[in-house]
Write a protein that binds this ligand. Structure first.
Ligand code: GUN
Length: 285
């Protein structure tokens, strides 16, 4: 079965849209996205985030800054957004230029407005099992898995990749659902053998078609986070980290690239913005 991320994301956006529709026009959720420089993939991601935010009724704005903006000036811009009562979600698109500390910028965002879930307070709350803002990509993967397997308790989950954006928060979400979680990464010696034990496999490494058909069991559910640009017969193509063509008929479920995790990431950003709005509004009342 192919897990249709496009459709599941649309259902989530519809739910968010109908929730926002009930709010008064002068009090809607607001999302501010900061984009620095000309990174080509970031331009596309940010354009999509803005488009879908506006479509569900979130007031979204993109603040564009020159590649040479100083860290201090960027922090001042974030402070203004932290203090702005009409902004409920703040997202600083990564990667940042080399002269700016990613760690310090993330820590300058109000944790209640941190819709990326990257602030250490949110990271800590997620790993402690408290309510937290959860990073959008692993949250989207989690929703896709739950559509196919509603009860994850006791299942073996293999997370390929250990990034702060995907692998680590993904492992926390699965642990919260009583999975037995193994994180494998570039230094792991027997990735293939470990994958063969996986009831659930999440691939987030950035290596085109790395996960092969004989690495996975027939009952596995596979979520592909990879976005790799490769050339096939002189044409540019986007493929995931999983050898989709040779696996799709074998397994219980697999998410395609494109049309799997990508649309879910954006829908979860909108959901996080709505969540931040509700939390902040409740605190003000
Ligand atoms: N760049 C690539 N993925 C992401 C993401 O999830 N959030 C942000 N802020 N930047 C990214």
């Amino acid at each position: 079965m192919i897990i249709d991320g496009k459709k599941i994301a649309e259902q989530l956006r519809d739910k968010i849209k109908s929730d926002i529709k009930k709010m008064s026009d002068n009090n809607k959720p607001g999302l501010a996205v900061i984009l620095i420089g000309e990174h080509p993939a970031s331009q596309i991601y940010v354009r999509n985030k803005e488009k879908f935010a506006n479509e569900v009724g979130i007031n979204s704005s993109v603040l564009r800054f020159d590649e040479n903006i100083s860290e201090e000036d960027l922090k001042n811009e974030i402070k203004k957004l932290n203090d702005d009562p009409n902004v409920h979600g703040i997202l600083v698109q990564l990667p940042l230029p080399k002269h700016i500390s990613q760690k310090d910028i993330i820590q300058s965002i109000d944790p209640n407005k941190d819709v990326d879930g990257f602030h250490p307070i949110n990271v800590g709350n997620l790993s402690s099992g408290n309510d937290a803002m959860v990073p959008c990509t692993p949250l989207g993967c989690y929703y896709l898995i739950k559509k196919v397997i509603p009860n994850l308790s006791g299942l073996n989950a293999v997370v390929i990749g250990r990034s702060n954006i995907n692998g680590k928060p993904m492992a926390q979400l699965l642990l919260r659902e009583n999975c037995t979680v193994t994180i494998v990464h570039s230094k792991t010696k027997n990735i293939e053998e470990i994958c063969k034990c996986g009831d659930i496999i999440i691939a987030a490494v950035g290596k085109a078609k790395m996960v092969k058909s004989d690495w996975v069991k027939d009952t596995a559910v596979i979520i592909d986070v990879g976005i790799n640009r490769i050339e096939i017969n002189g044409k540019n193509k986007i493929v995931g980290d999983v050898d989709f063509d040779n696996i799709q008929d074998k397994v219980k479920g697999i998410s395609p690239v494109p049309g799997g995790v990508g649309p879910m990431t954006i829908a979860c950003l909108l959901e996080n913005t709505l969540k931040a709005y509700k939390k902040i509004s409740k605190r003000i009342k």
